[in-house]
Design a protein around this ligand. Structure first.
Ligand code: GRF
Length: 210
């Protein structure tokens, strides 16, 4: 399967997804990528633990790998192993979709700006691992999701796309997160399709795709 360019069929750009949990965002990308019209193929799904979400890749015959920090002496060694594993797949885009670990600078330098993350809040509000709970505790009436280029900060990279949803009076963390994930999946799939085969340029906080 590939992109038709005149009478030559080019292979579609290669996406590698990193996850830590249930992998519903990764599943949404893989579902779309099954269509030959989607402008990217998912070549592998990696995790920092035996994440249940790896099953979405297994059942489609897509490669998976686990690079767990516990198997390395320190964060740098773990980051180096993860970088080598990801580089071996020669991805055109690396997508952190519920990958719950801070990547070391050497990893980010190797892939950014072709390294993006989806976050369940409207950054720069509520960065970090508890974005949904923090937004709820603060009492915001509107929250949402952000897709951004990964930089060396925690959810601080230049923003590619955002979408907002209303917080309902009876929301708890689980109900709010589920509604956010509905828009996150759509937005992440759209962003991957839009940027994967294009040049991504970051100037200050601005991301340009050409
Ligand atoms: C998403 O909300 C993502 O932004 C956050 O973790 C969630 C992952 O969901 N970091 P899933 O594992 O893809 O279902």
């Amino acid at each position: 399967m590939g992109l038709d360019s005149g009478n030559v069929t080019l292979p579609r750009p290669r996406v590698l997804i990193l996850i830590s949990g249930t992998g519903s965002l990764a599943d949404a990308i893989m579902t779309q990528a099954q269509s030959p019209d989607f402008p990217a193929q998912v070549i592998a799904v990696g995790a920092d633990r035996e994440a249940v979400g790896l099953a979405h890749a297994h059942r489609r015959g897509i490669d998976t790998f686990v690079v767990a920090p516990a198997d390395y002496r320190d964060r740098n060694e773990w980051g180096g192993a993860l970088r080598a594993q990801v580089q071996a797949y020669q991805p055109d885009l690396v997508v952190c979709a519920g990958f719950m670990r801070i990547l070391p600078a050497s990893f980010i330098e190797a892939f950014s700006p072709r390294l993006i993350n989806s976050h369940p809040a409207l950054l720069p509000a509520f960065p970090g691992a508890h974005g949904v709970a923090d937004a709820l505790a603060y009492g915001v009436k509107v929250t949402g999701a952000t897709v951004h280029v990964v930089d060396t900060g925690v959810d601080t990279g230049p923003i590619i796309a955002q979408q907002a949803i209303a917080v309902q009076p009876d929301d708890d963390e689980a109900s709010l997160h589920e509604r956010i994930k509905v828009i996150e999946r759509e937005m992440l799939v759209r962003v991957v399709a839009e940027i994967v085969g294009r040049r991504i340029e970051v100037t200050g906080r601005k991301v340009t795709v050409s």
